[in-house]
Design a binder for this molecule. Structure first.
Ligand code: NAD
Length: 507
């Protein structure tokens, strides 16, 4: 890497301290809005992963961590939340500089959600069923049986580039709440906020509990997924890589959770409030410039309101402010990289070649002061059919595909005709009927008259090729092994009827 002298340098974070990479080499992190280098970050190797896993294993083996009473763990999670709140401004800046998400969103949505999640789990941990006693059963003899939920062990966490702090919280919060230790690998494109947060949390977490190894997916990610001393993998990223890591992790039978891509359908019924849909559908698809897994990318609209809704979608799209994500009035920032921007443009081109019409956008926009950023204008395509590439593949850009329908059965069929199943939505004034339709949608989250309605206490995750396992609500269960401990009380072996099945001649 050609490293600028003026940019900050980040090491790995292992066993409570900064840790220089064995490779002695550093990867450059660039600001997607300006193309400028913002950090040099340690380039990890399998040996660095070994060091992090050893630290995590040692921390896990310490009963003071693993068997910490729930009330004390609750206090610790509150302390984590407080530390994040105290450093929110600094973390938000790092997040924006590396990811291109807007400062407004990161400060007003992401950080409050992260703090809330740690606080919700700080409460939940106090009543989590770490130990449950089953009722006594009389036959063949009375015994006591407990179901215990124990931490799985060392967890390898791998996150995507788009919302790194949120993804950190989705995985680290339930892992720590249940007594695991972690080795996290953030995306090589956006590692700085994760590395800084690990440093900040060293004030409240014992050494080795939270370790960060930065580096390339095929090197560090692969080493994590194949490591013999890692017990669980939680991965967020593309469906392609998600399929691969399951194969690698299967060799050592790790527990695996995968949160992958999406192709969210929003069904707009004839009775929907056009003004609400127009604002909400654009929020659903253009937030983070469309670079969110749960984005509502296919709007399936009843033919009777199609033209009126498209007019309103277009007029509102033209008012979205593109610009430097650091500016508080910016609504939409850049694509993650120029090559990703080119890919988004190619999807728009392919849609046109297949017969779709661009109603607005469809081009790259130059932004003063951000000439090296790749900004794509909010794009609305009509005349899309569900067999087009733009309707089938994850574009991960600000592109809304509008698809017309006539009957509700047709709308549901189009919505479900996808490999993905992360999010789906219904826009209607008949919220009772919407419940009936929600039952028919094959997706992990269904939002009625809104989008991105994620909350700390509600499960989030995918059907079909959007993954499995759930984050947020109930996610602590994904970080525990269940152990059944049964105790017999009959001490006279001659009174134990089942022993007689073997000892048939002994009296
Ligand atoms: P990606 O799959 O390219 O990378 C994700 C992570 O995997 C990165 O840290 C990367 O370094 C690592 N990786 C790459 N190759 C690897 C390998 N061989 N072994 C182990 N790790 C490897 O995804 P991305 O471009 O960073 O993120 C965008 C994708 O993430 C989109 O598909 C989006 O839908 C998805 N995503 C899903 C959710 C969700 O909750 N379902 C949330 C955010 C993003």
């Amino acid at each position: 890497m050609k490293e600028s002298l003026s940019i900050p340098r980040y090491e790995h974070f292992i066993n409570g301290q900064k840790y220089k990479p064995m490779s002695a080499s550093y990867l450059q992190v660039n600001n997607p809005a300006t193309g400028e280098a913002v950090a040099a970050v340690a380039e990890g190797s399998p040996e660095d992963v070994d060091a992090a896993v050893a630290a995590a294993r040692q921390a896990f083996n310490d009963p003071a961590w693993r068997d910490m009473p729930a009330t004390q763990r609750s206090q610790l999670l509150y302390s984590v939340a407080n530390q994040i709140a105290a450093h929110a401004g600094e973390l938000a800046q790092l997040e924006v500089l590396a990811s291109g998400g807007t400062i407004n969103r990161v400060l007003s949505l992401d950080l409050p959600a992260i703090i809330d999640l740690f606080m919700v789990l700080a409460e939940a941990v106090k009543s989590f069923p770490f130990v449950e006693s089953l009722p006594a059963r009389p036959l063949p003899e009375p015994c006591n049986t407990q179901v215990r939920r124990e931490p799985i062990g060392v967890c390898g966490l791998i996150t995507a580039w788009n919302v790194p702090l949120l993804l950190f919280a989705f995985k680290v919060a339930p892992a720590l709440a249940t007594g695991n230790t972690v080795v996290i690998k953030p995306s090589e494109m956006t590692p700085t906020s994760t590395l800084r947060l690990a440093e900040i949390l060293a004030d409240v977490l014992p050494p080795g509990v939270l370790n960060v190894v930065n580096g390339l997916g095929p090197v560090v990610g692969e080493a994590i997924c194949s490591h013999a001393d890692i017990d669980k993998i939680s991965f967020t990223g593309s469906t392609k890589v998600g399929k691969h890591i399951q194969v690698v992790a299967a060799e050592t039978m790790k527990r695996v959770t995968v949160e992958l891509g999406g192709k969210g359908p929003g069904i707009v019924l004839a009775d929907a409030d056009i003004e609400l849909v127009a604002h909400g559908a654009l929020y659903g698809v253009f937030l983070n410039a469309g670079q969110l897994c749960e984005s509502g990318t296919r709007l399936i609209v009843h033919e009777s309101i199609h033209d009126r809704l498209v007019d309103r979608l277009v007029s509102l799209s033209e008012k979205v402010v593109l610009g430097d994500p650091m500016h508080p009035e910016t609504g939409m920032g850049p694509m993650s990289t120029a090559s990703h921007g080119e890919k988004v443009m190619e999807y728009i081109g392919s849609a046109c070649r297949e017969g779709a019409t661009i109603q607005c956008g469809g081009q790259r926009i130059a932004i003063a002061g951000c000439e090296c950023g790749f900004f794509v204008a909010p794009t609305i395509l009509t005349g899309v059919t569900n067999d087009m590439r733009v309707a089938r593949e994850e574009v991960f850009g600000p592109v809304l595909s509008v698809i017309k329908f006539q009957s509700e059965e047709e709308a549901i069929a189009i919505a479900n005709d996808t490999d993905y199943g992360l999010s789906a939505g219904i826009w209607t004034t008949d919220v009772v009927h919407a419940q009936h339709l929600a039952r028919q949608l094959r997706a992990g989250s269904v939002w009625i008259n809104d989008w991105h309605m994620m909350r700390s206490d509600a499960p989030f995750g995918g059907f079909k090729q959007s993954g499995y396992g759930r984050e947020l609500g109930g996610s602590m269960h994904n970080y525990t092994e269940t152990k059944t401990v049964s105790t017999a009380f009959q001490r006279d072996p001659f009174k134990k009827s089942l022993f007689r099945l073997l000892h048939t001649k002994m009296r």
